[in-house]
Design a protein around this ligand. Structure first.
Ligand code: NI
Length: 186
């Protein structure tokens, strides 16, 4: 007997089926990641949404999670909307990202604080090795949609990034996005 697929993903990356979890982050939730203060009237603005398929409990060894992140276009005082960014709690855990639509930058940082970046666009595939922190930045005018697949026991260490930040920031320059050294304390 052939069963129907339990999970579907459409061209825009949207997931449908069982065990799909959706979440969103507003500017007010992630205010600390931007160099500038968020004005009070922007706290409710949605910076990004995440849809994920979780057929395992977080922490289960050997399983996988699958999802799509949607980072909206926008900026805070010239710094583009971006995800919180994280190392994996289990540092050696790797992850795949792939571009679905929009234009972005995958900001990466190793444990010594060295920063590097890759362009993200429709069809791009990014293998993020273990021990590397990752953050998505929307540098375009449209929604940046990015697929992801990661081990169910990888976990997320947001604290290290929340406390120490990334060593670089992506901002609007006169001719497009520029990557600059992070001189603030976050
Ligand atoms: Ni990750």
């Amino acid at each position: 007997m052939i069963e129907k697929a339990k999970l579907k993903v459409d061209e825009a990356g949207h997931l449908s089926g069982e065990r799909v979890i959706k979440s969103e982050r507003k500017l007010g939730d992630i205010a600390g990641i931007f160099e500038s203060e968020i004005e009070d009237n922007r706290f409710e603005e949605v910076a990004y949404r995440v849809e994920m398929h979780a057929d395992e409990k977080e922490g289960v060894e050997g399983g996988l999670f699958f999802g799509t992140s949607y980072i909206f276009p926008g900026n805070v005082n010239g710094e583009y909307f971006m995800t919180k960014g994280h190392f994996h709690a289990k540092r050696q855990s790797a992850e795949y990202y792939w571009g679905i639509s929009g234009n972005g930058i995958l900001l990466l940082m190793d444990e010594s604080g060295k920063c590097f970046a890759e362009e993200v666009s429709k069809g791009s595939v990014h293998y993020i090795k273990g021990h590397v922190a990752h953050r998505l930045v929307n540098i375009g005018e449209e929604v940046l949609a990015v697929g992801a697949c990661w081990p169910s026991d990888a976990g997320h260490d947001y604290e290290t990034i929340a406390e120490e930040g990334f060593s670089c920031r992506v901002k609007k320059g006169p001719q497009g996005p520029i990557i600059i050294e992070n001189t603030s304390s976050k």
